[in-house]
Write a protein that binds this ligand. Structure first.
Ligand SMILES: [Zn+2]
Ligand SMILES: [Zn+2]
Length: 238
């Protein structure tokens, strides 16, 4: 049986995902590291699909981060209006002025960080349960109080964190897109006859094919995709 990508080469293995027959070179080239000694060997199509699905995930995470920005900004504005109302009594919730200036300073940050606090508390709660905390709800209540007390730090910290996340996500997306182009070029090159094959056929061939592997061109790309996976997990569960 011949390789699904290279019809002139014999298949020595099967794609771990779709089961298509793949040649020795594809086996070496299109491998994804998924842990210590855990490698997945794919055909070229499934390999590209893995990169494409990472791009899709980055895109959806960027959407999530942007929605969070919007939520924080709306929260700051709503909190400011409520704070002004509590202080000066415009009649939204307070008819009489209370003179509590602290509400103007503090309330925007509390409302602005509501979503962030919910997320942080949720993930910390999951973590506490996972780690066998005997009273996760007390820990959670404690966390809620702490986060409310440090709401200004939580809001500003979150804003900066998410800007950094956006930069990282954009970088991964650009790298993946450029990577896909290079993988296509590499596959196109590998389909050219080698010098030996071309000489046998009486023509001029490219000095490529078997001699250069994808790793030579791109470095340890499979590892990189696995590393990105860890970054994406962090962004999702922050
Ligand atoms: Zn496949
Ligand atoms: Zn192949």
């Amino acid at each position: 049986m011949s390789c699904v990508t290279h019809e002139k080469r014999d298949a020595v293995y099967q794609c771990d995902k779709c089961g298509a027959p793949i040649c020795r070179q594809c086996y070496d080239d299109f491998a994804l590291n998924e842990g210590e000694d855990d490698e997945t060997h794919l055909c070229s199509e499934c390999y590209k699909e893995a990169v494409r699905s990472e791009i899709a995930e980055v895109r959806s995470l960027k959407g999530m981060v942007i929605r969070e920005f919007v939520f924080i900004i709306i929260g700051l504005i709503v909190g400011l209006i409520l704070g002004l109302d509590i202080c000066f009594g415009f009649g939204i919730i307070m008819d009489e002025p209370t003179g509590m200036f602290i509400a103007i300073i503090y309330l925007p940050f509390i409302v602005g960080s509501l979503l962030t606090i919910c997320k942080k508390v949720y993930y910390k709660h999951q973590e506490a349960r996972y780690n066998g905390d005997s009273s996760p709800w007390i820990t959670t209540l404690f966390n809620i109080i702490i986060y409310l007390l440090i709401a200004p730090i939580t809001t500003i910290g979150r804003f900066i964190q998410r800007i950094i996340d956006m930069v990282r996500l954009n970088r991964i997306m650009q790298a993946d897109s450029a990577f896909l182009v290079r993988v296509d070029e590499y596959i196109a090159q590998s389909l050219q006859p080698t010098m030996v094959e071309a000489a046998a056929a009486g023509g001029v061939g490219a000095d490529l094919g078997q001699e250069i592997s994808l790793d030579d061109i791109l470095g340890d790309s499979g590892v990189q995709i696995a590393d990105n996976g860890e970054v994406l997990r962090q962004v999702r569960t922050r």
